[in-house]
Design a protein around this ligand. Structure first.
Ligand SMILES: *[C@@H]1O[C@H](CO)[C@@H](O)[C@H](O)[C@H]1NC(C)=O
Ligand SMILES: *[C@@H]1O[C@H](CO)[C@@H](O)[C@H](O)[C@H]1NC(C)=O
Ligand SMILES: *[C@@H]1O[C@H](CO)[C@@H](O)[C@H](O)[C@H]1NC(C)=O
Ligand SMILES: *[C@@H]1O[C@H](CO)[C@@H](O)[C@H](O)[C@H]1NC(C)=O
Ligand SMILES: *[C@@H]1O[C@H](CO)[C@@H](O)[C@H](O)[C@H]1NC(C)=O
Length: 443
């Protein structure tokens, strides 16, 4: 009896061993598969990175612009994006810029077609490797049906933003070393005139700061500029946490980790959305209303040092000082709908003899956002209250706005302490102050 039991127990033991062993085997097999997949993924990235001609150090370009592109319902904008990037470069800029287009659609036929169309349009630039195309092998991606839900997003949204993170990581790894700086755009934005010069100016203005990222738009991941040396790090963050957070959150985490505590936003922005169709199907976005401007230097006033005050509600960040200080050639002041009696006060630090004042409001090519009813006055008494409220009194009228513009030559000039723009009637249009130019009387 005892022996028979013993044999049975042995048998059970053997069966158990076999079961345990085969389970381990299966696990091991899936472990190996995962390892292989990871290895493959890394190989893909490395392969992509080495596909690039190793740049001769002193021939390294100035800026790489990467544009991930996918098909959108309703429209293809990338031709306009490229057009604006390429046409708006002043002569001589071309070799400094490399454009890397990531063909990120899941439909390979669409990708092929797009690459062919772009090549047809910019044959020379493609040949000269000013324009690169990058394609992602499907095995780079994980199983998008096995993602965890975070931020209570829909599965569809989690899938979309996870793929986006992986796409960005991929193109960054590919493009990191092509130029001195790296910037990413989307396939539905357009650039302002002479954007490259403006980027260089902004970099120069911040040469004394230890920045990791400069902002050339206030939108998500668009127009953020990095040093090449940091781009692979950022790619690693995106790739590691692709499932956890959307890319604009990871971008902020990255900034924190890199110890950048301030943001350096270039105003006005250099890129704006063209499309109403997001790359997330079913997402429609509001029209991007921000204008771009090119101003003429002829209307750059002396604008002597002054304290500024306005009761008008500012559409941030287009503040009054932006247009008065005129630090950037294309800054403006944008206020929301004014009430009657509101004003803009410019209180000079020292009394001034004025020669001419030009103020131009409204969009460049339309009647939108002009000041309809207003006067311009100069005064000799400035009164400052504790709340930074400034008034200008003992005034006399210099002129009234017509068609949103005032341009007065001041004869019989005596020293004045302040200038005030008075809004004499409420209007539903906002007011966009494009130029505020005050010229001092020449002796
Ligand atoms: C990037 O380029 C520099 C020279 O321009 C080279 O020394 C470096 O090894 C490159 N890095 C990678 C990751 O390719
Ligand atoms: C490529 O160009 C052809 C011919 O102009 C056009 O029919 C097609 O829609 C374009 N494809 C894409 C992806 O833009
Ligand atoms: C998550 O989303 C669902 C459906 O959109 C909603 O009913 C639920 O309250 C949300 N939960 C949290 C914690 O926000
Ligand atoms: C404001 O201007 C419009 C025309 O520009 C004029 O018809 C209207 O009377 C003005 N309102 C005031 C209060 O001056
Ligand atoms: C004011 O003077 C400038 C230069 O002297 C001239 O170009 C401009 O037309 C004048 N404006 C008016 C309104 O007289």
């Amino acid at each position: 009896m005892a022996r028979r039991w013993c044999t049975r127990i042995k048998l059970i033991k053997v069966i158990l061993m076999v079961v345990i062993f085969s389970v381990a085997c299966i696990n091991l097999r899936s472990y190996i598969t995962i390892q292989r997949n990871i290895q493959a993924t890394e190989e893909v990235i490395i392969a992509a990175a080495t596909e690039v001609d190793t740049p001769v150090p002193n021939k390294k370009g100035f800026l790489t612009i990467a544009i991930p592109t996918v098909s959108r319902k309703g429209a293809v904008y990338i031709y306009s994006t490229l057009g604006s990037l390429i046409n708006k470069l002043t002569v001589g800029d071309n070799p400094e810029i490399t454009i890397v287009i990531l063909l990120a659609d899941t439909n390979q036929i669409y990708n092929e077609e797009l690459a062919i169309n772009i090549t047809n349009e910019y044959k020379e630039l493609v040949t000269r490797k000013v324009i690169h195309f990058v394609k992602i092998p499907p095995r780079y991606y994980p199983d998008f049906n096995n993602l965890k839900i975070t931020f209570n997003d829909s599965l569809k949204r989690v899938q979309w933003r996870s793929k986006q993170n992986l796409d960005y990581a991929y193109v960054m790894t590919y493009a990191a070393n092509l130029s001195q700086y790296y910037m990413q755009l989307e396939d539905d934005v357009i650039a302002t005139e002479r954007y490259l010069t403006k980027i260089k100016d902004f970099i120069d203005q911040h040469s004394d700061k230890r920045w990791v990222m400069l902002d050339f738009t206030n939108m998500g991941f668009i127009g953020k500029l990095y040093h090449s040396r940091d781009v692979v790090k950022l790619a690693t963050v995106l790739k590691t946490f692709y499932n956890e957070k959307p890319c604009d959150f990871l971008m902020l985490d990255f900034l924190t980790m890199m110890l950048q505590t301030k943001r350096y936003l270039r105003v006005p922005k250099l890129f704006k959305h063209l499309g109403m169709h997001s790359s997330l199907p079913s997402n429609k976005r509001k029209e991007d209303k921000d204008p771009f401007f090119e101003k003429t230097n002829a209307l750059k006033g002396d604008n002597p040092p002054a304290d500024l005050f306005t009761s008008l509600q500012t559409y941030f960040p287009h503040t009054l000082s932006k247009v008065y200080d005129g630090k950037y050639a294309d800054s403006f002041f944008w206020s929301k709908s004014p009430k009657s009696g509101e004003s803009v006060v410019i209180a000079f630090k020292q009394q001034q003899r004025l020669g001419r004042i030009v103020i131009i409001t409204g969009f460049q090519n339309s009647k939108r956002d002009r000041l309809k009813n207003g006067t311009l006055e100069s005064g000799t008494i400035v009164h400052r209250t504790k709340l930074d409220h400034i008034t200008c009194s003992e005034t006399r009228i210099l002129g009234v706005f017509e068609g949103g513009i005032i341009d007065v030559n001041i004869t019989n000039s005596y020293p004045v302490a302040c200038v005030v723009i008075k809004i004499t009637d409420a209007q539903s249009d906002w007011i966009l102050f494009r130029y505020v130019a005050i010229f001092i009387k020449s002796r």
